[in-house]
Design a protein around this ligand. Structure first.
Ligand SMILES: *[C@@H]1O[C@H](CO)[C@@H](O)[C@H](O)[C@H]1NC(C)=O
Ligand SMILES: *[C@@H]1O[C@H](CO)[C@@H](O)[C@H](O)[C@H]1NC(C)=O
Length: 424
């Protein structure tokens, strides 16, 4: 080979290398446009338990990806609870004080659930006031027949994505209603009936507003009457205004005139950068077990599963009635469909126990049945509760719940994971 030839070949190789570098440079720059935002990634390393759960997720048995034929009869019963068409609503509010029994907070069989929702959505309003307590703007509607509802106004459109920490933003009115249906499908009956209701600023609110409420209203620049309310975070510049047809949409939530015992949740999230005890202590569940009964821990795990599905990280305290935890205040769900904060499931993966009844129910709703049933039941009130993105997210999170239980079985054996205790 001549000197010229070697020189030429070397030049060729050099050119190849330079081209390569250029190519890779371009690749990495062009595929990372400046506007691309990753869904909030924590800068901390992923804890081993989360990695293990993800491994179980990747080899989840196929039954959890498909529908369970045993759900058909359960779905049929749910439909008959919620299909209230043709029913008379005259006597719905009778005997409300005797509604709760050992099984549920309110009647639900034979169309009763649907009748209560329909009456909540359509009963005439007698008085409107600001709700007595709370952190966020909420009205109290007193219906003709004397039943009271909380009314949490709509603050976001269904497709709005709430970014930031797990408790960021205003409450989502649709999350309240969605959680009611979700809990009912999962056979968790300790939840207040909730429905989407639209009320007219003139006929429903101003005509029946008590003076105290009128004092917390202002006119906006278009001349509409807007409400800023009376609550911990209420501000005169953060109003709720009627839409172009004069209506305000919100969640109507049945007011439960009962005494509830309030407890702090051991797994509550921190509201600042300080870590909570459960985040630092792998054996945290042992500590909780010395303070709470197994029954209460199983109940907290039921709640954690529902909170994980909707991504509510804001349950710092919980109310108890007849020894059951009530699912109240569910407005912090459905914030971001791209995000699955697995640590909301910490009670499950740290204690690795679950009620057999809860597990059997979860196994029934696999493969899209959960979405399908919530949509079906909500359609009886003409409601669209959330977006397809959120439904997909809930199905994805359900798979993660299955994977977490598989992780627990792998670690402790099913005999130690499943608990058969009456009454939860
Ligand atoms: C919701 O969307 C409508 C129409 O797209 C818009 O006019 C309205 O301001 C939005 N509301 C909120 C709360 O973002
Ligand atoms: C309303 O005013 C407060 C200060 O009083 C401010 O912190 C807040 O950001 C304002 N809200 C809006 C929506 O402008």
């Amino acid at each position: 080979m001549s000197m010229n030839c070697i020189f030429g070949f070397s030049l060729f190789l050099l050119l190849l290398v330079v081209l390569n570098i250029y190519f890779f440079y371009n690749l990495s720059v062009e595929h990372r446009p400046a506007t691309f935002k990753l869904p909030m990634v924590k800068s901390e390393p992923i804890p081993p338990v989360i990695k293990e759960i993800n491994e179980y997720l990747n080899r989840l048995p196929s039954q959890y990806h498909t529908k369970n034929s045993k759900f058909v009869s359960v779905q049929r019963n749910l439909i008959s609870s919620f299909n209230s068409s043709g029913a008379s609503l005259d006597s719905v509010w009778q005997n409300v004080e005797n509604w709760a029994d050992e099984e549920s907070l309110f009647p639900y069989k034979n169309g009763a659930a649907g009748q209560i929702l329909q009456a909540m959505r359509t009963s005439q309003i007698a008085f409107v006031d600001n709700a007595p307590k709370g952190t966020q703007l909420k009205l109290l509607l007193v219906l003709k027949g004397n039943q009271k509802l909380y009314f949490k106004p709509k603050r976001y459109n269904l497709s709005d994505v709430i970014r930031g920490n797990i408790y960021a933003g205003y409450d989502r009115h649709n999350s309240e209603v969605f959680t009611y249906y979700l809990a009912m499908v999962l056979n968790y009956k300790w939840v207040a009936p909730s429905v989407i209701r639209r009320i007219n600023i003139n006929y429903d609110i101003l005509a029946h507003a008590v003076p105290g409420l009128k004092r917390t209203m202002v006119k906006n620049s278009q001349g509409s009457d807007c409400i800023y309310g009376k609550c911990y975070y209420c501000k005169i510049n953060e109003t709720v205004c009627p839409d172009s047809t004069g209506h305000i949409e919100g969640a109507g939530i049945l007011y439960l005139d009962k005494y509830f015992k309030v407890n702090k949740s051991p797994w509550r999230h921190s509201y600042n950068s300080k870590k909570m005890e459960w985040e630092n202590d792998k054996d945290f569940c042992k500590k909780v077990s010395s303070l709470l009964s197994t029954k209460r821990i199983l109940n907290l795990i039921d709640i954690a599963i529902i909170d994980f599905l909707i991504q509510n990280g804001d349950r710092h305290r919980y109310e108890v009635y007849k020894h059951k935890i009530l699912l109240l205040d569910n407005g912090k769900g459905l914030g971001n469909p791209m995000l699955d904060e697995l640590d909301i499931l910490a009670p499950l993966y740290q204690c690795c126990i679950i009620s057999s009844k809860t597990w059997q129910m979860l196994e029934l709703v696999s493969g899209g049945s959960l979405t399908e049933t919530i949509q079906l039941l909500a359609s009886f009130q003409g409601e669209k509760l959330t977006t397809d993105d959120h439904y997909r997210a809930i199905e994805r999170r359900l798979l993660k719940v299955y994977a977490t239980v598989m992780y627990c079985i792998g670690k402790h054996g099913s005999a130690n994971v499943f608990h058969n205790i009456d009454g939860i």
